[in-house]
Design a protein around this ligand. Structure first.
Ligand code: NDP
Length: 345
Protein backbone atom coordinates (compact mmCIF):
# COMPACT_ATOMS: atom_id res chain seq x y z
CA UNK A 1 0.00 0.00 0.00
CA UNK A 2 1.22 3.52 -0.78
CA UNK A 3 1.09 5.74 2.29
CA UNK A 4 1.75 9.43 2.95
CA UNK A 5 2.91 10.06 6.53
CA UNK A 6 3.19 13.70 7.61
CA UNK A 7 5.61 14.78 10.35
CA UNK A 8 7.96 11.82 9.85
CA UNK A 9 10.56 13.29 12.22
CA UNK A 10 8.25 13.02 15.24
CA UNK A 11 8.33 10.64 18.19
CA UNK A 12 5.11 8.79 17.30
CA UNK A 13 5.62 9.04 13.52
CA UNK A 14 9.02 7.37 13.72
CA UNK A 15 7.35 4.26 15.14
CA UNK A 16 4.61 4.40 12.50
CA UNK A 17 7.26 4.66 9.77
CA UNK A 18 9.16 1.73 11.22
CA UNK A 19 6.07 -0.48 11.35
CA UNK A 20 4.95 0.49 7.83
CA UNK A 21 8.35 -0.29 6.30
CA UNK A 22 8.57 -3.57 8.24
CA UNK A 23 5.27 -4.53 6.60
CA UNK A 24 6.72 -3.65 3.17
CA UNK A 25 4.44 -0.71 2.46
CA UNK A 26 5.67 2.17 0.31
CA UNK A 27 5.95 5.37 2.31
CA UNK A 28 6.34 9.02 1.42
CA UNK A 29 6.95 11.03 4.56
CA UNK A 30 7.14 14.80 5.04
CA UNK A 31 9.51 16.79 7.26
CA UNK A 32 10.36 20.46 7.63
CA UNK A 33 14.03 20.44 6.60
CA UNK A 34 16.57 18.64 4.46
CA UNK A 35 18.65 17.85 7.57
CA UNK A 36 15.74 15.86 9.03
CA UNK A 37 15.07 14.21 5.68
CA UNK A 38 18.69 13.07 5.46
CA UNK A 39 18.54 11.46 8.93
CA UNK A 40 15.46 9.46 8.01
CA UNK A 41 17.00 8.26 4.73
CA UNK A 42 20.17 7.27 6.59
CA UNK A 43 18.13 5.16 9.00
CA UNK A 44 16.60 3.15 6.12
CA UNK A 45 19.28 3.07 3.39
CA UNK A 46 17.92 0.11 1.43
CA UNK A 47 14.31 1.35 1.40
CA UNK A 48 15.50 4.83 0.46
CA UNK A 49 17.49 3.36 -2.43
CA UNK A 50 14.66 1.14 -3.65
CA UNK A 51 12.05 3.89 -3.48
CA UNK A 52 10.00 2.15 -0.79
CA UNK A 53 10.80 5.24 1.29
CA UNK A 54 10.94 8.79 0.09
CA UNK A 55 11.10 11.97 2.11
CA UNK A 56 9.57 15.26 0.96
CA UNK A 57 10.11 18.70 2.45
CA UNK A 58 7.04 20.65 3.57
CA UNK A 59 8.54 23.72 5.23
CA UNK A 60 5.41 25.24 6.77
CA UNK A 61 2.22 23.27 7.35
CA UNK A 62 0.40 26.46 8.38
CA UNK A 63 0.19 27.46 4.69
CA UNK A 64 -3.18 26.56 3.10
CA UNK A 65 -1.40 25.03 0.08
CA UNK A 66 1.33 23.36 2.17
CA UNK A 67 0.67 19.82 0.98
CA UNK A 68 -0.40 20.51 -2.62
CA UNK A 69 2.95 19.77 -4.17
CA UNK A 70 3.71 16.52 -2.38
CA UNK A 71 0.19 15.21 -2.99
CA UNK A 72 0.23 16.25 -6.67
CA UNK A 73 3.62 14.66 -7.30
CA UNK A 74 2.79 11.35 -5.57
CA UNK A 75 0.42 9.43 -7.82
CA UNK A 76 -1.49 6.44 -6.56
CA UNK A 77 -1.59 7.34 -2.88
CA UNK A 78 -4.01 5.11 -0.98
CA UNK A 79 -3.70 6.08 2.67
CA UNK A 80 -2.69 9.30 4.44
CA UNK A 81 -1.60 9.45 8.09
CA UNK A 82 -1.44 13.05 9.32
CA UNK A 83 0.59 13.26 12.52
CA UNK A 84 2.38 16.62 12.12
CA UNK A 85 1.19 19.11 14.73
CA UNK A 86 3.04 21.08 17.39
CA UNK A 87 3.19 19.45 20.83
CA UNK A 88 5.32 21.66 23.05
CA UNK A 89 4.82 24.50 25.47
CA UNK A 90 7.65 26.79 24.50
CA UNK A 91 5.67 29.28 22.46
CA UNK A 92 5.00 32.96 22.88
CA UNK A 93 2.11 33.35 20.43
CA UNK A 94 -0.27 30.37 20.74
CA UNK A 95 -2.36 31.46 17.75
CA UNK A 96 0.61 31.56 15.43
CA UNK A 97 2.73 28.76 16.85
CA UNK A 98 0.08 26.17 17.85
CA UNK A 99 -3.37 26.88 16.45
CA UNK A 100 -2.30 27.80 12.91
CA UNK A 101 -0.12 24.75 12.18
CA UNK A 102 -2.56 22.37 13.94
CA UNK A 103 -5.67 23.70 12.27
CA UNK A 104 -4.43 24.80 8.85
CA UNK A 105 -2.11 21.79 8.73
CA UNK A 106 -5.17 19.54 9.02
CA UNK A 107 -7.36 21.39 6.56
CA UNK A 108 -4.54 21.83 4.05
CA UNK A 109 -3.82 18.10 3.87
CA UNK A 110 -7.53 17.29 3.49
CA UNK A 111 -7.96 19.94 0.78
CA UNK A 112 -4.90 18.73 -1.10
CA UNK A 113 -6.10 15.12 -1.10
CA UNK A 114 -9.62 16.07 -2.14
CA UNK A 115 -8.36 18.25 -5.00
CA UNK A 116 -5.43 16.19 -6.29
CA UNK A 117 -5.52 12.58 -5.11
CA UNK A 118 -8.68 10.68 -5.97
CA UNK A 119 -7.02 7.35 -5.14
CA UNK A 120 -6.83 8.00 -1.39
CA UNK A 121 -9.36 5.79 0.38
CA UNK A 122 -8.61 6.59 4.02
CA UNK A 123 -7.15 9.45 6.04
CA UNK A 124 -6.09 9.03 9.66
CA UNK A 125 -5.57 12.22 11.69
CA UNK A 126 -3.62 12.03 14.93
CA UNK A 127 -5.83 13.82 17.39
CA UNK A 128 -5.59 13.48 21.17
CA UNK A 129 -7.33 12.83 24.47
CA UNK A 130 -6.96 16.63 24.61
CA UNK A 131 -9.90 16.77 22.17
CA UNK A 132 -11.97 14.42 24.38
CA UNK A 133 -11.37 15.66 27.91
CA UNK A 134 -13.19 18.45 29.72
CA UNK A 135 -11.07 20.25 32.31
CA UNK A 136 -14.15 20.78 34.48
CA UNK A 137 -14.62 17.01 34.89
CA UNK A 138 -11.09 15.64 35.35
CA UNK A 139 -11.66 15.14 39.10
CA UNK A 140 -15.28 14.05 38.71
CA UNK A 141 -15.90 10.33 39.39
CA UNK A 142 -19.43 10.70 37.95
CA UNK A 143 -17.96 11.58 34.56
CA UNK A 144 -16.99 9.02 31.89
CA UNK A 145 -14.93 10.07 28.85
CA UNK A 146 -15.46 7.96 25.74
CA UNK A 147 -15.13 8.09 21.95
CA UNK A 148 -18.21 10.33 21.96
CA UNK A 149 -16.83 12.99 24.32
CA UNK A 150 -15.67 16.38 23.04
CA UNK A 151 -13.60 18.99 24.82
CA UNK A 152 -15.81 22.12 25.02
CA UNK A 153 -12.74 24.39 24.87
CA UNK A 154 -12.83 27.36 22.47
CA UNK A 155 -10.36 29.69 20.80
CA UNK A 156 -11.15 32.30 23.47
CA UNK A 157 -9.32 30.14 26.04
CA UNK A 158 -5.92 29.83 24.35
CA UNK A 159 -4.36 32.44 26.64
CA UNK A 160 -5.58 30.74 29.86
CA UNK A 161 -2.55 28.43 30.13
CA UNK A 162 -0.09 26.64 27.85
CA UNK A 163 -2.06 23.40 28.37
CA UNK A 164 -5.28 25.14 27.29
CA UNK A 165 -3.61 26.41 24.14
CA UNK A 166 -2.42 22.91 23.23
CA UNK A 167 -5.78 21.32 24.05
CA UNK A 168 -7.59 23.94 21.96
CA UNK A 169 -5.23 23.32 19.04
CA UNK A 170 -6.00 19.59 19.03
CA UNK A 171 -9.74 20.05 19.57
CA UNK A 172 -10.13 22.67 16.84
CA UNK A 173 -7.98 20.69 14.40
CA UNK A 174 -9.99 17.51 14.92
CA UNK A 175 -13.30 19.37 14.64
CA UNK A 176 -12.10 20.97 11.42
CA UNK A 177 -11.34 17.52 10.00
CA UNK A 178 -14.81 16.11 10.74
CA UNK A 179 -16.43 19.34 9.52
CA UNK A 180 -14.41 19.15 6.30
CA UNK A 181 -15.53 15.63 5.36
CA UNK A 182 -19.13 16.52 6.19
CA UNK A 183 -19.13 19.82 4.29
CA UNK A 184 -17.29 18.44 1.25
CA UNK A 185 -19.00 15.05 1.21
CA UNK A 186 -19.90 15.34 -2.47
CA UNK A 187 -16.23 15.66 -3.41
CA UNK A 188 -14.48 13.59 -0.75
CA UNK A 189 -13.63 10.00 -1.78
CA UNK A 190 -11.92 8.90 1.45
CA UNK A 191 -13.21 8.20 4.91
CA UNK A 192 -11.72 9.72 8.04
CA UNK A 193 -10.45 8.15 11.27
CA UNK A 194 -8.98 9.98 14.24
CA UNK A 195 -6.65 8.45 16.81
CA UNK A 196 -7.04 10.08 20.23
CA UNK A 197 -4.22 9.00 22.54
CA UNK A 198 -3.62 10.42 26.01
CA UNK A 199 -0.05 10.82 27.36
CA UNK A 200 2.22 8.70 25.14
CA UNK A 201 5.38 7.17 26.58
CA UNK A 202 7.82 4.76 25.01
CA UNK A 203 11.20 4.21 23.42
CA UNK A 204 12.62 7.03 21.37
CA UNK A 205 13.51 5.79 17.90
CA UNK A 206 13.50 9.20 16.22
CA UNK A 207 16.67 11.09 15.65
CA UNK A 208 17.60 12.61 18.95
CA UNK A 209 21.13 13.89 19.33
CA UNK A 210 20.74 14.25 23.09
CA UNK A 211 18.13 14.41 25.85
CA UNK A 212 17.67 18.12 25.10
CA UNK A 213 15.50 17.38 22.08
CA UNK A 214 13.25 14.82 23.77
CA UNK A 215 9.56 15.05 22.83
CA UNK A 216 7.15 16.61 25.33
CA UNK A 217 5.48 13.50 26.75
CA UNK A 218 8.75 11.64 27.40
CA UNK A 219 10.35 14.73 28.98
CA UNK A 220 9.30 13.64 32.46
CA UNK A 221 11.27 10.40 32.09
CA UNK A 222 14.34 12.52 31.31
CA UNK A 223 13.59 14.55 34.45
CA UNK A 224 13.65 11.37 36.54
CA UNK A 225 17.00 10.34 35.03
CA UNK A 226 18.39 13.81 35.77
CA UNK A 227 17.51 13.40 39.46
CA UNK A 228 14.82 16.10 39.45
CA UNK A 229 12.31 13.85 41.23
CA UNK A 230 14.64 12.66 43.98
CA UNK A 231 13.18 14.72 46.82
CA UNK A 232 9.70 15.37 45.53
CA UNK A 233 7.75 13.84 42.67
CA UNK A 234 5.71 16.47 40.75
CA UNK A 235 1.97 16.13 40.27
CA UNK A 236 0.95 13.80 37.45
CA UNK A 237 -1.39 16.46 36.02
CA UNK A 238 -5.08 16.25 35.20
CA UNK A 239 -5.07 13.92 32.20
CA UNK A 240 -3.84 10.87 34.13
CA UNK A 241 -4.15 8.18 31.46
CA UNK A 242 -1.45 6.94 29.11
CA UNK A 243 -0.56 4.59 26.24
CA UNK A 244 2.62 3.06 24.80
CA UNK A 245 3.94 4.66 21.60
CA UNK A 246 4.24 1.27 19.89
CA UNK A 247 0.53 0.66 20.47
CA UNK A 248 -0.34 4.13 19.17
CA UNK A 249 1.71 3.44 16.06
CA UNK A 250 0.00 0.08 15.59
CA UNK A 251 -3.37 1.81 15.96
CA UNK A 252 -2.45 4.16 13.09
CA UNK A 253 -1.34 1.27 10.88
CA UNK A 254 -4.43 -0.81 11.63
CA UNK A 255 -6.86 2.08 11.32
CA UNK A 256 -5.21 3.31 8.13
CA UNK A 257 -4.53 0.10 6.26
CA UNK A 258 -6.02 -2.96 7.88
CA UNK A 259 -9.36 -2.41 9.61
CA UNK A 260 -12.07 -1.31 7.25
CA UNK A 261 -14.63 -0.85 10.04
CA UNK A 262 -12.48 1.90 11.57
CA UNK A 263 -13.81 4.32 8.93
CA UNK A 264 -15.67 7.30 10.38
CA UNK A 265 -14.57 6.55 13.94
CA UNK A 266 -12.70 8.34 16.69
CA UNK A 267 -10.38 5.82 18.35
CA UNK A 268 -9.59 6.43 22.01
CA UNK A 269 -6.34 4.53 22.46
CA UNK A 270 -5.45 4.20 26.13
CA UNK A 271 -4.03 1.53 28.39
CA UNK A 272 -5.37 3.14 31.57
CA UNK A 273 -4.35 5.29 34.52
CA UNK A 274 -0.77 6.01 35.52
CA UNK A 275 0.97 8.21 38.02
CA UNK A 276 4.31 9.95 38.31
CA UNK A 277 4.77 8.17 41.65
CA UNK A 278 4.58 4.81 39.87
CA UNK A 279 6.91 6.02 37.10
CA UNK A 280 9.55 7.08 39.63
CA UNK A 281 9.34 3.82 41.54
CA UNK A 282 9.71 1.73 38.38
CA UNK A 283 12.94 3.57 37.55
CA UNK A 284 14.18 3.07 41.14
CA UNK A 285 13.38 -0.65 41.20
CA UNK A 286 14.47 -1.58 37.68
CA UNK A 287 17.60 0.57 37.32
CA UNK A 288 19.80 0.10 40.41
CA UNK A 289 22.49 2.23 38.76
CA UNK A 290 20.09 5.20 39.04
CA UNK A 291 19.93 4.84 42.84
CA UNK A 292 21.48 8.28 43.38
CA UNK A 293 19.07 10.03 41.01
CA UNK A 294 15.74 8.16 41.05
CA UNK A 295 13.16 9.02 43.72
CA UNK A 296 13.74 7.16 47.02
CA UNK A 297 11.27 4.52 48.14
CA UNK A 298 9.74 7.09 50.51
CA UNK A 299 9.83 10.15 48.24
CA UNK A 300 6.37 11.70 48.25
CA UNK A 301 4.28 13.25 45.49
CA UNK A 302 2.71 12.40 42.14
CA UNK A 303 0.32 9.78 43.51
CA UNK A 304 -2.73 8.71 41.50
CA UNK A 305 -5.85 10.44 42.89
CA UNK A 306 -8.11 7.91 44.61
CA UNK A 307 -11.06 6.53 42.65
CA UNK A 308 -13.54 8.99 44.12
CA UNK A 309 -11.44 11.91 42.91
CA UNK A 310 -10.78 11.03 39.30
CA UNK A 311 -12.72 10.71 36.05
CA UNK A 312 -13.73 7.41 34.48
CA UNK A 313 -13.13 6.40 30.88
CA UNK A 314 -14.69 3.91 28.49
CA UNK A 315 -12.88 2.91 25.29
CA UNK A 316 -14.50 -0.47 24.70
CA UNK A 317 -15.54 0.52 21.18
CA UNK A 318 -11.92 1.29 20.28
CA UNK A 319 -10.70 -1.99 21.75
CA UNK A 320 -13.33 -3.84 19.73
CA UNK A 321 -12.38 -2.13 16.46
CA UNK A 322 -8.60 -2.35 16.85
CA UNK A 323 -8.13 -5.54 18.90
CA UNK A 324 -4.86 -4.25 20.36
CA UNK A 325 -3.67 -5.64 23.68
CA UNK A 326 -2.17 -2.56 25.36
CA UNK A 327 1.38 -2.84 26.69
CA UNK A 328 1.83 -2.44 30.43
CA UNK A 329 3.29 0.61 32.15
CA UNK A 330 6.34 -1.08 33.66
CA UNK A 331 7.46 -2.53 30.32
CA UNK A 332 6.93 0.85 28.69
CA UNK A 333 8.89 2.80 31.29
CA UNK A 334 11.76 0.31 31.25
CA UNK A 335 12.00 0.41 27.45
CA UNK A 336 11.84 4.21 27.46
CA UNK A 337 14.66 4.49 29.99
CA UNK A 338 16.81 1.98 28.09
CA UNK A 339 16.34 3.95 24.86
CA UNK A 340 17.22 7.25 26.56
CA UNK A 341 20.32 5.82 28.23
CA UNK A 342 21.51 4.63 24.83
CA UNK A 343 21.47 8.20 23.51
CA UNK A 344 23.12 9.62 26.60
CA UNK A 345 22.59 12.99 28.19
P1 NDP B 1 6.79 15.32 18.31
O1 NDP B 1 7.02 16.70 18.80
O2 NDP B 1 7.88 14.34 18.40
O3 NDP B 1 6.26 15.35 16.83
C1 NDP B 1 5.55 16.40 16.28
C2 NDP B 1 5.68 16.34 14.78
O4 NDP B 1 4.96 17.44 14.20
C3 NDP B 1 7.13 16.49 14.33
O5 NDP B 1 7.31 15.79 13.14
C4 NDP B 1 7.23 17.98 14.09
O6 NDP B 1 8.25 18.35 13.18
C5 NDP B 1 5.88 18.27 13.50
N1 NDP B 1 5.55 19.67 13.71
C6 NDP B 1 5.35 20.30 14.88
N2 NDP B 1 5.09 21.60 14.68
C7 NDP B 1 5.14 21.80 13.36
C8 NDP B 1 4.97 22.92 12.53
N3 NDP B 1 4.70 24.11 13.03
N4 NDP B 1 5.13 22.76 11.21
C9 NDP B 1 5.43 21.54 10.69
N5 NDP B 1 5.58 20.44 11.43
C10 NDP B 1 5.44 20.56 12.74
O7 NDP B 1 5.52 14.82 19.13
P2 NDP B 1 4.63 13.51 19.02
O8 NDP B 1 5.23 12.50 18.16
O9 NDP B 1 4.29 13.17 20.40
O10 NDP B 1 3.33 14.09 18.33
C11 NDP B 1 2.79 13.60 17.13
C12 NDP B 1 1.30 13.83 17.11
O11 NDP B 1 0.71 13.12 18.19
C13 NDP B 1 0.86 15.29 17.28
O12 NDP B 1 -0.25 15.50 16.45
C14 NDP B 1 0.46 15.34 18.74
O13 NDP B 1 -0.47 16.36 18.99
C15 NDP B 1 -0.16 13.97 18.92
N6 NDP B 1 -0.26 13.49 20.29
C16 NDP B 1 0.86 13.24 21.06
C17 NDP B 1 0.73 12.77 22.35
C18 NDP B 1 1.92 12.48 23.22
O14 NDP B 1 1.74 12.30 24.43
N7 NDP B 1 3.12 12.40 22.68
C19 NDP B 1 -0.60 12.55 22.95
C20 NDP B 1 -1.69 12.81 22.06
C21 NDP B 1 -1.52 13.25 20.78
P3 NDP B 1 9.73 18.73 13.69
O15 NDP B 1 10.42 17.42 13.96
O16 NDP B 1 10.32 19.44 12.53
O17 NDP B 1 9.58 19.57 14.89
Amino acid sequence: TKVLLTGGSGFIAAHILDQLLAKKHTVVTTVRSEAKAAKIREAYPSQAASGELSVAIVPDIAQPDAFDEVVKTTPGLEVVLHTASPFHFNFTDPQKELIAPALTGTTSILRAITAHSPTVRRVVVTSSFAAILDEAHLSDPQHTFSERSWNPITLAQIHDSPASAYRASKTLAEKAAWDFVEREKDKVRFDLVTINPPMVFGPVVHYLASWEGVNTSNARVVDVLRGKWRDEVPTTGGAIIWVDVRDVAEAHVKAGLEVKEAGGKRLFTTAGFFSNAELGQIVRRRFPEEAERAPREDTKGGELPEEGKRFKFDNKETEKVLGIKWRGFEECVVDTVVSLKKIGE
